[in-house]
Write a protein that binds this ligand. Structure first.
Ligand SMILES: [Zn+2]
Length: 278
């Protein structure tokens, strides 16, 4: 891969990150992501194009609005940087192929749902379903191409059938865990005669179940299971911190499922080999 391609991939990622910032900010409030153009949340001044350059403008403005000097959240350049690095990495893996765009789309959704979940402890329901729909549509196109070129067909091996099976298994096994988790919490609370802390009676939210369905569609059921068991390791570090410093046990879980998804995507095979060697 030549340098100029790397630079283009990174810049494309940074611009995409800029768009993801708009989604993170506006989708939960049911605002359009197209209109109006970006403005300062405090003084409402429209942000000029040269103050809206991904990554660069934040540092040129020293993190403050040009007009009212209100602090701009460090999250904006952070989201742009994360997206740029992810796109560059995907480009290094796949080059300029269709599958590159498939996973750019999937990773973008991971970024958006993670940051919305951090703010709201919930995400708009449709986000994961958009992901699932795109993933299924993708497998339909792949299936159509196979049907066009191949004469002998194994119906169970067709991408669409496989993807649909992954989706059902992904939903199914996460829901099963949610069900038994909820039963456990209910039994535990009534046994200890305790009220639930902060009104939380669910082990996993339904948003987590939808999310796992989406992961299974894009990465297959094996990876989805790995993601499910990796996520708690990422979450536990933050949970301990939250319990000590914030005295809260409510944590947004989707960022950890997303981190686990990225880990499984890049190192899944290695991790699985590590476990099955024993
Ligand atoms: Zn301002």
């Amino acid at each position: 891969m030549i340098m100029i391609e790397k630079i283009f991939a990174f810049l494309f990622g940074a611009c995409l990150g800029s768009l993801l910032n708009v989604c993170i900010h506006r989708l939960p409030k049911d605002l359009s992501i197209v209109q109006p153009s970006s403005f300062c949340p405090k003084c409402k001044t429209s942000i000029l194009w040269y103050d809206n350059i991904p990554l660069v403008s934040y540092f040129l403005l020293r993190g403050k609005c040009r007009v009212c000097k209100e602090r701009i959240s460090l999250r904006y350049p952070l989201v742009e940087l994360i997206t740029a690095v992810l796109v560059l990495t995907l480009y290094a893996y796949f080059g300029l192929t269709a599958i590159f765009f498939k996973f750019v789309f999937f990773f973008s959704l991971l970024v958006v749902v993670s940051f919305i979940d951090i703010d709201y402890h919930a995400i708009p329901v449709y986000l994961c379903f958009i992901g699932i729909t795109v993933g299924l549509a993708w497998s339909v196109i792949e299936t159509a191409q196979i049907l066009k070129t191949t004469r002998i067909i194994d119906p169970l091996g067709l991408p669409f059938v496989k993807t649909l099976r992954n989706l059902m298994l992904g939903f199914g096994f996460t829901y099963l865990f949610k069900f038994f988790g909820d039963v456990f919490i209910t039994v535990y609370l009534s046994w200890r005669k305790k009220e639930s802390i902060e009104g939380e009676k669910e082990s996993l939210g339904l948003g987590d179940v939808d999310f796992m369905g989406m992961v299974a569609v894009f990465m297959g059921i094996k990876s989805a299971v790995l993601v499910f068991f990796l996520a708690p390791f990422f979450a536990i570090i933050y949970s301990v911190f939250a319990l000590i410093f914030k005295r809260s046990h409510l944590i947004p879980y989707l960022p950890y499922l997303s981190l686990a998804s990225l880990t499984a995507f890049f190192w899944g095979d290695k991790i699985l080999r590590l476990f099955f060697r024993f």
